[in-house]
Design a binder for this molecule. Structure first.
Ligand SMILES: *Cc1c(COP(=O)(O)O)cnc(C)c1O
Length: 417
């Protein structure tokens, strides 16, 4: 069931007209559907309920406190990649025992923070980091639980910038070095080996790369057992894609149908780290058309949202469907949908056959719930948008629009100036 759809010619978020929310809170504006979020969390739970598992929501997709709290209430843990995300996960009720911490550049302070809070495990990305974690744990007189992130050298067949599991990428430990690294980890006094981690990329539209990577990881687990190293957690990362345009990404149940048979008879807890597939299609970005302008062979639709609000089109050439909020009979035109930022890379759609819109009209940028607000910035000194959650016929402001005052918060002008 799609919770963003037209009724009587108006786009609705669940049971609330998008136009009404935009009138109340202004534009640009992120709107999220509660029912969609719940459906997605439940899809993971339902698909993997037959084995011991933990779904760790990847905060980097969208770390609004309300969304993290919903994840927490649905029983999820968190996948964090910074001290800030760890703070937000804990603050919103996620038990430290359900938090895994990845990322190639964890600082000493972040490591100490995570050890002191008692997280489930670090997903360690290099030997250097492993030794650092051991040192920090020693100074705290503690043992740090760890998994090694293995780079299985599998092509996830997605955009190069969001693919992470090939040899040439900065992530994880090359699979051929894995045994050596595990032996070292096992020998350290202040780390405790708990698991193997992988995360091969994002926006995967096929389960086969997961299956191929998991095969390699299972072989590793077997080899480790022969060395006397027991693995309790297999963390297969996130990465299931969503439908932006005409992709046909796998449902979590398709992933579970493929991988659960491979895990039969293994006494492990499976960890999943979905981000995009939870929140991507649970959100839209609503923006208003400011000006129309004729270009060379195409038109420019200039809107009040820009690359600072949604950067995916600019940095990945990502496709987001664009729909007028009012559904009427319209001609199509060839257009770029662009924002006010002073960069040629500032566009939400490029060379797109698009329904003709009028000045002052609202348009919706679809599938914008993941890596939308979380990648937003203040570039061009633009306050970041408000965020609203819709549940049924109610809507809730879950983050205020930033003000000009917010733009100078924390800035200090030295006395001599
Ligand atoms: C980004 C990331 C995820 C989430 O990826 P999605 O494609 O949004 O599901 C999970 N795990 C790690 C380690 C990540 O870096």
């Amino acid at each position: 069931m799609d919770h963003f759809k037209y009724k009587n010619g108006h786009l609705y978020a669940e049971d609330v007209p998008v136009e009404k929310i935009a009138n109340d809170f202004g534009t640009p504006l992120y709107i999220y559907s509660y029912a969609t979020l719940i459906r997605h969390f439940k899809a993971y739970e339902e698909s993997f309920k037959s084995i011991k598992h933990l779904t760790c929501y990847a905060l980097k997709a969208n770390s609004n406190s309300t969304i993290v709290k919903i994840a927490s209430k649905e029983g999820c843990g968190a996948d964090v990649v910074s001290g800030g995300e760890l703070y937000k996960a804990l603050k919103n009720g996620i038990s430290p025992k359900k938090i895994v911490y990845a990322g190639v550049g964890k600082t000493k302070d972040e490591i100490a923070f995570a050890i002191n809070k008692g997280i489930l495990m670090f997903n360690v990305e290099s030997l250097d980091e492993l030794l650092q974690i051991n040192d920090v744990a020693k100074s705290l007189k503690k043992q740090a639980p760890i998994a090694l992130r293995i780079n299985p050298d599998i092509d996830p067949q997605t955009h190069p910038y969001i693919s992470t599991g090939l040899k040439k990428h900065k992530f994880g430990i090359p699979i051929e070095d894995a045994l050596e690294h595990f032996k070292i980890a096992q020998s350290l006094a202040n780390t405790k080996v708990l698991g193997i981690h992988m995360h091969i990329g994002s926006q995967l539209t096929n389960v086969l790369p997961f299956v191929d990577a998991l095969k390699r990881i299972l072989k590793l687990k077997y080899d480790l057992k022969n060395l006397g190293i027991e693995i309790d957690y297999l963390d297969i990362g996130g990465g299931i894609g969503i439908n932006y345009n005409d992709e046909k990404p796998p449902h979590p149940s398709e992933l579970s149908n493929h991988i659960l048979p491979m895990l039969k008879n293994l006494d492990i807890t499976l960890i999943l780290e979905p981000g995009r597939s939870i929140v991507g299609n649970a959100g839209i970005l609503v923006t208003k058309t400011l000006y129309l302008k004729k270009g060379d062979g195409k038109e420019f639709i200039i809107v009040d949202a820009a690359m600072n609000d949604l950067i995916r089109p600019s940095i990945y050439g990502a496709y987001h469907r664009i729909e007028p909020v009012k559904k009427t009979k319209r001609n199509t035109i060839l257009a770029d949908v662009v924002g006010p930022v002073c960069e040629s890379g500032d566009f939400l759609a490029k060379d797109r056959e698009i329904k003709k819109v009028n000045k002052g009209e609202l348009i919706a940028v679809m599938s914008a719930g993941a890596y939308g607000f979380s990648m937003a910035s203040n570039y061009n000194s633009r306050p970041r948008p408000a965020e609203v959650l819709v549940k049924g016929d109610n809507n809730y402001l879950i983050r205020k629009r930033e003000t000009f005052r917010d733009l100078i918060k924390g800035e200090i002008i030295p006395d001599f100036i």
